[in-house]
Design a protein. Sequence first.
Length: 127
Amino acid sequence: MTDLPPLSRREREVLDIVHELGNATAARIRERMAEPPTDSAVRSTLRILVEKGHLAREYDGPRLVYSPTVPAQRARRSVMRHVLRTFFGGSVEGAVATLLELEDTRLTPNERARMKALIDEASEQGR
């Protein structure tokens, strides 16, 4: 598996929006941007992301629809590795503790049980 080229801040924002939506047109992406640039700038960023291999595009009638080339699960793992390295020095414990310390974190009993089961499973696998 080859790594895709790195992204600029704007490219990351656009790619994050497409991942969140699953697929989207340039107009829909621009609507979701925090500080949207011009329409042509959004289209230019999309063209670059297609050239870099991060997005695919196809026509839906007259409109181009963009979708991620990397499956969501793989993208999540890549982003989590980056967050763990960058903000937590590789510490899974630190990341989980931070998530649980957030004021708006409310785990249901089922979520709590699932997390415990995942930790037990990882432990059995030596992780």
